[in-house]
Write a protein that binds this ligand. Structure first.
Ligand SMILES: Nc1nc2c(ncn2[C@@H]2O[C@H](COP(=O)(O)OP(=O)(O)OP(=O)(O)O)[C@@H](O)[C@H]2O)c(=O)[nH]1
Ligand SMILES: *[C@@H]1O[C@H](CO)[C@@H](O)[C@H](O)[C@H]1NC(C)=O
Ligand SMILES: *[C@@H]1O[C@H](CO)[C@@H](O)[C@H](O)[C@H]1NC(C)=O
Ligand SMILES: *[C@@H]1O[C@H](CO)[C@@H](O)[C@H](O)[C@H]1NC(C)=O
Ligand SMILES: *[C@@H]1O[C@H](CO)[C@@H](O)[C@H](O)[C@H]1NC(C)=O
Ligand SMILES: *[C@@H]1O[C@H](CO)[C@@H](O)[C@H](O)[C@H]1NC(C)=O
Ligand SMILES: [Mg+2]
Length: 723
């Protein structure tokens, strides 16, 4: 009996337990709220991310907002994401709180920012009336506003998962000090978090979008003041890794950062520079820190089905850091294993292509010769996305082993009159202009032009290549170059091919990088260089022996003759000269100083030099470069610089000296240090018979003629010793 009674009690206790747990379990079935929005007609999406901002315009909030307006316009953004800490110091008091307008509506006034904003809450927002900040009533005041705790945004090519991270942080609960956190609808913490994580995991698993991006206020990894958020690393990160999340974007630390996960593809991106910054704290963090900036700014994200590009900007709208990643685009692409990449040539249309329009095939068997490997296809597509015009593209990851092959286009180029989805004039404008400028060369029966771009690291080589082509083909980085490999971009139109070869910087850690030079040499094998662009910065004020060494390395590699086919390109042309110098004087001084070092490094005699002087041209690659009414980037004196640069290129070519062909001989050619090696045995023989023998004879003679002190007799053997 007692046994039965005990069993019933146990059962009722169990039932009671279930009943009490039920209400807490209920939200389990409630999914995270979802919002939908389409990508652009061309399948792309662009947006800005800002965090930690609401300070009524102060602490550079207005400056950041103004630059967001400009970049937003440039990128034609679709929406804005806020990573939280929207209203300082203590969120909103109520829905009537004027801070909402003073910190949001009246600050982000630019036309391009009049888009939907998607916001999460930060810890400071939790210190006010959270329900007010989440209230739909705010949308009546400013329709852009949308702030929820956790929600999902399906944007066709990407799913964004917004996660309320403040409740994760235990110290806000256990040790709030003088702050009050509004935990209404959140407490108890454990239940809230477990339900949220379960919903998030389910939603991530169900997501089929090519990109999965998670947004929260607190950082996973941070090298700044707050550092890593331990609770997120232990509770949230495993779910993100298990579900193949691409990016985790946050604010909280008032800085800009890019950190790559060591053991997954996740990139941790901090955009928390919306207003007050300059904390002056840097602490090393785990994983790979790629970029850290302690000041104000924001981030942009551009996405297509296959490519993601991020950029960070400062309070002046300057790009501080850029990074991109590609995905395979076509299920058919999987057919071709990655190792096939050494045997392919690809071509296709440039322009805003639909990935389905890219032809795939096997280079070895496909008679159309237009085979593209998956990786190439992905890169190809990301190139074509960035390109505002059409042309023919050839990409080769292993150019040394694979001669360039062109196939015939799979279909007529819209550029030549067949209607495309975009007006041809828009697509073709830049390339047509370039082509027209290069038309002069065609008249001289030049059908291929190969431009080699070299110089020290970080001087703007890649940026110049991109500017000339009008698209982002070479990766630009504010710090050191990503790799040592040169890249060649080819563009063809109407029988004329333009090749531009971007190379890695030649200086590393204060020395000329021999390895880079070797790689460049081998890359250039069997290529003909028509023009060398030697790039440096206009705003570099000091020249040193390193400059000379770089020039010498180039001379040793290609021969002195390369300088007859060269021009000096000075980037950062939009500068204000220091100490009230006038611009022309500054330019003249800078070119003169640089030229002196070129002359020294190339061992060109002065009069030789004057006969064929090396032209110097100015370039300004900055997105902030002034433009004329035709949209062309101009120099401070109003000259459109690309046409000017191309004009000078044509004159260098037209001046008659032969282009430089890089053959095996040039590559293996005499190392200057080996020169004269042939004479070494002769010189040794000469020294032995003439010098050494002669001296020995003379010494012996002297010894014979001199009275010998005792000590010398002891050491006598010395004179008989062979030298
Ligand atoms: N304002 C301004 N910034 C420039 C200009 N050219 C390049 N930059 C910036 O300078 C930095 C380095 O530019 P890159 O084009 O990557 O230089 P690079 O010579 O290719 O560098 P490595 O490949 O690393 O040797 C980037 O942050 C560019 O945005 C320019 O003309 N004006
Ligand atoms: C505003 O930005 C400039 C440039 O980064 C910086 O020098 C200045 O300190 C900033 N002001 C504040 C209040 O952070
Ligand atoms: C990640 O790699 C860096 C070196 O690239 C190393 O210093 C760091 O400890 C690693 N972090 C983790 C979490 O493995
Ligand atoms: C370069 O050209 C030489 C002679 O034409 C040829 O033998 C060699 O295979 C070529 N090398 C490459 C990598 O194309
Ligand atoms: C270019 O080639 C054509 C035909 O091959 C010839 O008639 C013409 O004279 C050439 N022009 C120059 C400048 O060499
Ligand atoms: C080309 O040669 C002409 C004279 O023959 C000279 O005036 C001009 O400066 C040269 N241009 C270049 C770029 O070397
Ligand atoms: Mg570069």
């Amino acid at each position: 009996m007692a046994g039965v009674a005990l069993e019933t009690t146990a059962l009722s206790l169990a039932l009671l337990a279930i009943a009490t747990v039920m209400p807490a379990l209920l939200p389990c079935s409630a999914e995270l709220q979802r919002f939908e929005r389409p990508a652009k007609a061309d399948g792309s999406l662009s947006l800005l991310v800002v965090g930690d901002w609401g300070r009524k315009g102060q602490f550079n909030q207005s400056q950041v907002a103004a630059q967001m307006g400009k970049i937003g316009e440039e990128l034609d953004i679709d929406f804005v994401i806020s990573t939280g800490d929207n209203f300082y110091d203590n969120g909103l008091k109520d829905v009537q709180d004027k801070a909402f307008e003073e910190s949001f509506t009246n600050v982000y006034t630019a036309k391009s920012l009049q888009k939907q904003w998607y916001s999460v809450l930060g810890n400071h927002d939790y210190r006010g009336d959270v329900l007010a900040e989440l209230s739909p009533l705010l949308q009546k005041i400013d329709s852009r506003w949308l702030c929820l705790r956790s929600f999902i945004l399906n944007a066709e090519i990407v799913d964004f998962f917004f996660v309320d991270t403040t409740p994760f942080v235990e110290s806000y609960w256990t040790n709030p000090e003088n702050d009050h956190y509004d935990w209404r609808d959140v407490a108890p913490r454990e239940t809230y978090i477990s339900v949220l994580l379960k919903d998030l995991d389910a939603a991530l698993k169900a997501s089929t979008a090519p990109w999965k991006i998670v947004v929260g206020h607190h950082a996973m990894r941070s090298a700044s003041h707050h550092g890593d958020t331990a609770e997120l690393l232990s509770l949230l990160l495993p779910i993100l890794k298990a579900n193949g999340v691409d990016l985790y974007i946050n604010g909280h630390d008032h800085c800009l950062q890019h950190i790559s996960s060591n053991d997954s593809k996740i990139q941790y991106l901090t955009s928390g520079g919306g207003s007050m910054a300059w904390r002056g704290v840097f602490t090393p963090t785990s994983d790979k820190l790629r970029f850290f900036y302690d000041g104000q700014g924001f981030m942009s994200l551009q996405l297509t089905r296959t490519a993601a590009d991020i950029a960070f900007y400062d309070v002046f709208g300057r790009v501080l850091h850029e990074w991109g990643v590609s995905k395979h685009l076509h299920p058919a692409a999987k057919k071709f294993p990655e190792r096939d990449k050494k045997c392919w040539a690809g071509f296709g249309l440039l322009g805003r292509l639909n990935p389905r329009e890219i032809q795939l095939g096997d280079a070895r068997t496909d008679p159309r010769r237009d085979a593209v490997t998956p990786r190439a296809a992905a890169r190809f597509y990301s190139f074509s996305r960035a390109s505002p015009y059409l042309g023919l593209l050839a990409l080769r990851p292993n150019p040394e082993q694979n001669p360039l092959r062109f196939g015939s286009p799979p279909r007529p180029l819209p550029c030549f009159g067949v209607s495309g989805r975009l007006p041809p004039d828009l697509l073709c404008r830049h390339f047509n202009k370039l082509h027209e400028l290069l038309g002069k060369l065609k008249q001289e029966n030049v059908s291929t032009l190969t431009i080699l771009v070299m110089g020290k690291g970080g001087v703007g080589k890649s940026s110049t290549v991109n500017s000339i082509l009008g698209e982002r083909v070479a990766s630009v980085s504010a710090f050191q170059s990503e790799g040592l490999r040169p890249i060649m971009c080819s563009r063809s139109r109407a029988g004329f091919t333009l090749n531009i070869i971007d190379t890695p910087g030649l200086v590393e850690g204060g020395y000329v990088n021999e390895q880079a030079i070797e790689i460049i040499k081998r890359f250039l094998l069997n290529k003909t260089i028509d023009v060398l662009l030697y790039v440096d910065r206009l705003d570099a004020y000091r020249m040193d022996s390193l400059d000379r060494q770089v020039v010498k390395a180039i001379t040793d590699t290609f021969g002195k003759r390369i300088w007859q086919r060269s021009m000096v390109v000075l980037t950062h042309a939009q500068l204000s000269p220091p100490d009230g110098l006038n611009y022309d004087d500054f330019f003249a001084k800078r070119s003169e100083a640089l030229m002196r070092y070129v002359r020294l490094g190339a061992r060109i005699r002065k009069q030789e030099f004057q006969e064929s002087s090396i032209p110097v041209v100015l370039v300004e690659n900055s997105g902030r470069c002034k433009t004329n009414s035709g949209g062309e980037k101009i120099l401070p004196d109003g000259t459109p610089w690309i046409p000017n640069l191309v004009e000078v290129i044509t004159t260098v070519i037209a001046n008659g000296s032969k282009p430089i062909t890089v053959d095996q001989k040039l590559i293996e050619g005499p190392n200057p240090n080996d020169r004269g090696k042939f004479f070494v045995p002769l010189i040794l023989a000469f020294q032995y018979f003439v010098v050494v023998k002669g001296i020995q004879r003379a010494i012996k003679q002297d010894i014979k003629n001199e009275p010998k002190p005792l000590w010398e007799l002891r050491d006598k053997g010395l004179a008989n010793r062979k030298f």
